[in-house]
Each structure stands twice: as structure tokens, then as C-alpha cells.
Design a protein around this ligand. Structure first.
Ligand code: HEC
Length: 114
């Protein structure tokens, strides 16, 4: 059963990538100022443990941000950031993410994976 649900997840991810691809080549749009702030913040404060871009950075102990982008929407990401600010997440220590930081990070996440 597990392999079936993994397969379904992969198919969904592929479908959503295909849907986004019709908007033009990835990276062709300039980033919004908010997304740029989010990217700088991610590179400064998160890149030690997460692959924060689209590359296959091996330095990561946490999940890749491009994968999180597929698993969460803007609203659930905001909630996750609030929880992390309070409690951390598993092996991730609590890291303060302000409301503004969270908005910028969400804007940046939305540029990942098209
Ligand atoms: C000290 C290392 C470390 C740093 C720094 C770090 N993380 Fe994490 N993060 C982790 C690890 C390890 C996990 C996986 C733990 C878990 O959720 O079980 C994780 C999980 C997460 C999750 C939850 C993933 C999920 O599956 O729900 C989010 C969201 C997240 N990190 C965002 C961030 C953001 C945003 C930053 C920068 C502000 C950041 N992390 C900085 C180590 C780190």
C-alpha cells in the first residue's frame, strides 16, 4: 500500500509541475521584493541545514525547501513557521520566524518548483 501512495504522490507532483510549466520557463519571472527578502533570509538562516534553492545541495540535514513547497500551501507553511518559532520541529531547534519573515519565506517558497 505504501508504494501505491508514494506513486500517487509522485504523479501529483509531476502533474503540478507540468501545470506550472505552462506559465513559461522557470525563473523567467523576476522575483518580488518579498520573495527576494525570503531568499536572502533562507540563505542566511536556514541554508546550514536545508537545501534552500533548487539545487541538490548535499549539506542538508533538514528537508529541501523545494520539497516543502510541494507539501505545504501558503497557509499551512505560515502555521508550520509559527510552530517552529515556538517548539522547533523534531531535530530542528526553535528558530524565531517573525510574521514578516514568514511572509517573505512563503513568497520565496512559491518561486521554488515553478
Ligand atoms: C540547525 C539546523 C536547522 C536550521 C538552522 C533550520 N532547520 Fe528547518 N529543519 C531542520 C531539521 C533537521 C528538520 C526536520 C525535523 C523534523 O521536522 O522532523 C527541519 C524541518 C523544518 C520544517 C518542517 C518540515 C516538515 O516536514 O514539516 C520547516 C518548515 C523548516 N525546517 C523550516 C526552516 C526555516 C524556514 C529555517 C530558517 C529560518 C530553518 N528551517 C532552519 C533543521 C534546521
Amino acid at each position: 500500500m505504501r508504494s501505491i501512495s508514494i506513486l500517487a504522490g509522485t504523479t501529483l507532483a509531476a502533474l503540478s509541475l507540468a501545470a506550472c510549466a505552462s506559465n513559461g520557463p522557470p525563473g523567467s519571472d523576476p522575483m518580488s521584493p518579498s520573495a527576494e527578502r525570503g531568499q536572502r533570509l533562507a540563505e542566511r538562516r536556514c541554508a546550514g541545514c536545508h537545501a534552500v534553492g533548487l539545487d541538490e545541495s548535499p549539506a542538508a540535514s533538514g528537508p529541501r525547501f523545494s520539497d516543502l513547497h510541494l507539501r505545504y500551501n501558503a497557509l499551512s507553511l505560515q502555521k508550520r513557521f509559527a510552530e517552529i518559532t515556538e517548539h522547533g520541529s523534531g531535530e530542528m531547534p526553535p528558530i524565531h520566524i517573525s510574521r514578516q519573515d514568514a511572509e517573505d519565506l512563503v513568497a520565496y517558497f512559491e518561486t521554488l518548483g515553478g
